[in-house]
Design a protein around this ligand. Structure first.
Ligand code: IMP
Ligand code: MG
Length: 188
């Protein structure tokens, strides 16, 4: 029997194959841009762990890793812009080439908060790589150097993205059936 969570998906928006192909392109560009520099990937937990793991294995350079965990207050499907840091960086980033790896940009409030937070720690360079961003939803202007897919402004799950902590291990992203929302929501 297959994983029963697949049955909660109404529609697959982006397939596993499309995601992996995009990651190959992003990683190639990152490899070219950071050659000869010391690259530090900073992942935003929990959502980015799946993407970061696949991306990192396609980047043909030595890489250091660090993670931050944040939670945005508010309802489960919209971020309020008030970001709470649940886990800070383990290491100093002063003078380092930092690439912030995010799963998805919706309002952009989470990533812009993190950019300000990291910028204050004096990295040599600081760029963003986000696998998905929602069309027309950004409340702030963002310069995403390594963008993946533009998606419609709908709530999606899979490939690291959750609803109530479920669906993160789906290899694609998709839209949930309305019946799947009859659960207690959470954030991350
Ligand atoms: P933003 O601050 O509005 O840009 O929201 C970004 C964060 O909200 C992401 O890092 C995700 O954790 C979460 N998020 C935004 N959209 C979705 C979605 O469609 N599905 C699951 N999580 C999402
Ligand atoms: Mg996230």
């Amino acid at each position: 029997m297959g994983n029963p969570v697949h049955e909660d998906i109404e529609k697959i928006l982006i397939s596993s194959e499309e995601i992996q192909e995009k990651i190959g392109h992003l990683a190639k560009q990152i490899t070219e841009d950071y050659r000869g520099r010391d690259l530090l990937l900073v992942g935003v937990l929990k959502g980015a762990f799946v993407f970061m793991s696949d991306l990192a294995r396609e980047i043909d350079l030595p890489i250091d890793f660090d993670f931050m965990a944040v939670s945005s207050y508010g309802s489960s499907t919209k971020s309020s812009g008030v970001v709470r840091i649940l886990k800070d960086l383990d290491y100093e980033i002063t003078g380092r080439h930092v690439l912030l790896v995010e799963d998805i940009i919706d309002s952009g409030l989470t990533i812009s908060y993190l950019l300000r937070y990291l910028e204050a720690r004096g990295p040599a360079t600081l760029e963003i790589c986000s696998l998905f961003w929602k069309k027309g939803e950004q409340a702030v202007e963002l310069d995403v150097k390594y963008p993946g897919f533009e998606i419609p402004p709908v709530f999606v799950v899979g490939y690291g993205l959750d609803f109530a902590e479920k669906y993160r291990n789906l290899p694609y992203i998709g839209i949930l059936k309305p019946s799947a929302y009859q659960q207690t929501p959470s954030s991350g």
